[in-house]
Design a protein around this ligand. Sequence first.
Ligand SMILES: [Zn+2]
Length: 287
Amino acid sequence: MSVREVAALLRETGPALVLTGAGLSTESGIPDYRGPDGNRRVTPMSHQEFTATSEARQRYWARSFIGWQRFSAAEPNDGHLAVTDLQRAGALGAVITQNVDGLHQDAGTREVIELHGSLAEVVCLTCEGRVDRGLLQALMDDANPGFASRALGSVVDGSRVSSQIRPDGDIVLADEAVTTFVTPRCLACDADTLKPDVVFFGGAVPKPRVEQCYALTEAASALVVLGSSLKVMSGYRFVRRAAARGIPVVVITRGPTRGDAETTHRIDAPLGVTLAALTRAVGAQVA
Ligand SMILES: [Zn+2]
């Protein structure tokens, strides 16, 4: 399947619904959980683990405190910018993203639904109070002087901390570094139950958000999947719904996906250059 053919298809269908995954953000320096073979490289902290103990939350926040510095500095890449251009050209419509990095919005894309939430927001599991992640970072910095430099020397495999960052902003740190970390507390109720407002592995996407995405899938003329292996059911279910409706399902990503049976158009290629080429092809057909 060529870029030109996909451009022709999108011209025919009009604005397609978009589903994006971690593969779209790797070119921004945020690595995928999965390697090129589609298999998981690291095990993320689960929802059950996070909510069960103060120790798990201490470990999460210690890692996240270090990981955030890199994560928050990430910028949209050519793929994100192309999605914005394709949206303006009328080839793409609403964007459902499995990513929690906010890079679609930073790139100027509109109608973005963050299926798994956003790392930029933090919610208290006890009182439901909210706090901005940037403010929390400053508070953690005050409460943990020198932690970052101590942690830097303790990364398990001896590599630079920045190479260990995960898509959720989490990072691998040695336990002895983690146990000295002062966990942030809720500004309203003082509980140590602050959680980034993202769906952790094993957690559930809020039902209204799922229904909104199903409604978009029902109304869509085509579905375009970008940078996802579709291994996670929270996104894959929309591909199945789209296939059941018989609309075109375009998948542009590197490596194998779980949705091959539902896919009608497939491009196995890097996202940035491919989407930039698609933008040019769509523009050429509109002109
Ligand atoms: Zn609270």
